[in-house]
Design a protein around this ligand. Structure first.
Ligand SMILES: Nc1ncnc2c1ncn2[C@@H]1O[C@H](COP(=O)(O)OP(=O)(O)OP(=O)(O)O)[C@@H](O)[C@H]1O
Length: 257
């Protein structure tokens, strides 16, 4: 494994009945980069996310994260290892406030156990205050401070997507995996998202991105991997992938060249 790779997976396969959703897929994500995973509907992108984040067991595959073997067998193990994700269909706690949603993310790094929660030791209270402060800082980072006390379900769609990113960042990930973060956003929200993703990379995080917005993907990704029917059909720099005949045939179409 190359030292500059944060995520290095090879030969990942996953079958659902008669559908080979992933067929010997390999994908490498260098530290500090934004890597895009693209392809037509049903190509296997979300399945790949589900496998690397422990939602679905892979049928086979070799998984290396930050130089170590890792086995994505449960979401909590994967989060602890330093991989956080968002979902194509937003999964916030709608009845909780915006701030509380981020605090939930912080709790996976907290030390207080059940006894601390019941007896409210001074150390537990100190930790709670720190979590609250950190959550406010994260809301400021994604531009949602003014909505901290609003119920999450009342946020606009674009803001809900930003909140999901803040909650994922709260787990202190090395790798942030985003599943179609621009879906349903208007042009202004997409521009703001682009700036946010570039800032996250500039601040030293690594991003793996599924996204159908071709101009966003081409504009911010350092490299791309393209899936079609569960197989990698191309990977490389955006400019090279854009002109790849298989990618044009399967996904981009002639108009994109
Ligand atoms: N839980 C599941 N059970 C059965 N089949 C599934 C399951 N999840 C995905 N599939 C199938 O696996 C294939 C890949 O689906 P997947 O959702 O990973 O594609 P995708 O590239 O993310 O598509 P989209 O861009 O539409 O989100 C599809 O044929 C899909 O129907």
């Amino acid at each position: 494994m190359s030292a500059h790779l944060l995520l290095d997976v090879t030969d990942v396969s996953k079958r659902f009945g008669g559908v080979q959703a992933l067929d010997s897929v390999g994908l490498q994500v260098p530290h500090g980069s934004i890597v895009g995973l693209i392809g037509p509907n049903g190509a296997g992108k979300t399945t790949f996310f589900n496998v690397i984040t422990g939602l679905y067991p892979a049928d086979s595959g070799i998984f290396l994260f930050d130089g170590k073997s890792y086995f994505p067998q449960s979401v909590s193990q994967v989060t602890k290892a330093g991989l956080a994700r968002t979902f194509q269909n937003i999964r916030l706690f709608g009845e909780m406030t915006v701030l509380e949603n981020v605090m939930v993310g912080c709790h996976c790094r907290s030390k207080a156990g059940l006894l601390g929660a019941i007896f409210r030791f001074p150390s537990t209270r100190r930790e709670e205050r720190a979590i609250r402060d950190k959550s406010h800082a994260l809301l400021a980072y994604v531009g949602l401070s003014e909505y901290a006390n609003m119920q999450a379900r009342n946020l606009s769609y674009g803001h809900q997507r930003r909140l999901e990113i803040a909650r994922a960042l709260a787990t202190e990930p090395k790798l942030l995996a985003l599943d179609e973060p621009a879906a349903g956003m208007n042009a202004t929200e997409k521009l703001e998202l682009r700036e946010l993703l570039l800032r996250i990379r500039a601040d030293g995080k690594t991003i793996l991105l599924i996204e159908h917005d071709v101009s966003l993907v081409m504009g911010i990704c350092d490299s791309l991997t393209v899936l079609d029917y569960g197989k990698v059909i191309a990977s490389g720099k955006p400019a090279d992938v854009r002109g790849h005949p298989e990618v044009i045939r399967a996904y981009l179409g002639q108009g994109a060249v």
